[in-house]
Design a protein around this ligand. Structure first.
Ligand code: PNS
Length: 183
């Protein structure tokens, strides 16, 4: 504890990696928790994402920057290649990952051990988001929006607006294509 009673942060730089397509309030919850513990949190967006993303990297980055503006020790970057190499290049010794449920565990455990093998100086730290977000994922957010449901309160307002527009446009294209095909 510092003289003023607030807890001091460790001098550790942490990387919080992900695809963030799009960022959700669950991700933000983890970023806020991380920013209270670590000296700096680098939110790192994976660039070479195999599946076709809804948002490009620049859009994802802009949304994360907007949503984390109030957190002075959070920066947003993108990376390509191995996470272990990227973290080393940024002087980070911790990788932060959110664990929502037991179902996340196996994949995260494998990834954590592989990353430790690739960079033995790095530790993976798992953090739990608020229970309110324990079921939340970017994939579900996209699915709900695509099917006309509301994701208010589950993603930042700017995310809600952009994916609403993007998914709406995709739906219109689909309707036009079906009409053109005589369905
Ligand atoms: O939260 P996500 O979208 O599941 O993030 C996955 C991510 C980006 C953390 C993971 O795919 C990753 O680290 N990719 C970089 C490539 C890499 O280092 N692969 C070996 C890790 S075991």
């Amino acid at each position: 504890m510092t003289a003023r009673g607030s807890r001091s942060r460790s001098q550790v730089v942490a990387v919080y990696p992900g695809t963030f397509d799009p960022i959700t309030n669950g991700h933000l919850d983890i970023i806020e928790r991380g920013s209270r513990i670590f000296e700096k949190v680098i939110v790192a967006i994976l660039e070479n994402y195999e599946k076709a993303p809804l948002l490009n990297v620049a859009e994802r980055r802009r949304l994360i920057v907007g949503a984390t503006r109030s957190l002075g020790n959070v920066v947003v970057e993108s990376f390509d290649g191995l996470l272990a190499d990227y973290a080393r290049s940024r002087g980070a010794s911790v990788i932060v990952r959110g664990l929502r449920a037991i179902s996340d565990f196996e994949y995260e455990f494998q990834m954590g051990l592989m990353n430790r093998r690739l960079n033995p100086e790095m530790e993976t730290v798992f953090m739990m988001p608020s229970e309110a977000y324990s079921y939340l994922s970017s994939r579900l957010v996209k699915e709900v929006v695509a099917l006309g449901g509301s994701v208010r309160g589950l993603v930042p307002t700017e995310v809600e607006k952009l994916i609403g527009k993007r998914v709406g446009r995709q739906r219109q294209r689909g309707i036009r294509a079906r009409r053109g095909g005589g369905e």
